[in-house]
Design a protein around this ligand. Sequence first.
Ligand code: ADP
Ligand code: MG
Length: 273
Amino acid sequence: MSDRPGPRAMSPVLLGAGGGDWSPVTAGESGAAVFRDADATRYAKCVPAADAAGLRAERDRVAWLNDQGVPGPRVLDWHSGDTGACLVTSAVPGVSADQVPAEDLRAAWERIADAVRRLHEVPVPRCPFRRDLDAMVALARDVVARDAVKAEFLPVEQRHTPPGELLDRLVRQVPRRREQETADTVVCHGDLCLPNIILDPRTLDVSGFIDLGRLGRADRYADLALLLTSARETWEDEERGRAADTAFAERYGIVLDHDRLRFHLHLDPLTWG
Ligand SMILES: Nc1ncnc2c1ncn2[C@@H]1O[C@H](COP(=O)(O)OP(=O)(O)O)[C@@H](O)[C@H]1O
Ligand SMILES: [Mg+2]
């Protein structure tokens, strides 16, 4: 049983985001309630008051990314009060990249690689937000200590291992991974899975990135690990998945280090909860 307010209690109208005909969008990955307005030009993300700081952080990242020439939503409205907080953004037109068939994703794949590379080319000193390894490990320690790891986020083969042990294994690698990060920090999206990449369904160009709550300075592998793994849910089989990884790496301009991908992939599920 959850003691959190349900989506109805967190509707944009009740939270003060003004008029509009809002209907719930169920596709989100987080605990936030997301709504779309009737003419599909605005989205509203609503959270209970306890999570307002996280949503405020997302608001600040959306506003910042807008000034960097990377396509994404604009901040239209923000409300925060005793009953919760609500962020209203402009809709990035199109469909989430997890909603298109494999052949369309394949057609868009190099354009996605280009868009990710351009994001990663934003000058790091301009970015005021952190999403580095130490911040992520601190988050993971907190989630594990609260026994709040969501088993469904873990790879199947890890679901029967105590999360504390999963975290210990990763922590042993931290000194090496921190060195890699220091040598290769970029502006990362921070939650770069296919649902957070919007495609124009007609041209298959990237319309923009959404869900920017974790955007910040980090190892580029944090993004690459999530993206390549998320796309595996669309590719038909392992062979085509590997071919897609190779095509992505070539276009993006990297020789993939699979151990490093695995490390970032395995840290991520311990940081949500
Ligand atoms: N500004 C936006 N433009 C286009 N689609 C959006 C926008 N905001 C949310 N969505 C849609 O709603 C879904 C959930 O929103 P998101 O911000 O990703 O929430 P969560 O943090 O729950 O994943 C997205 O996957 C996307 O389909
Ligand atoms: Mg999302």
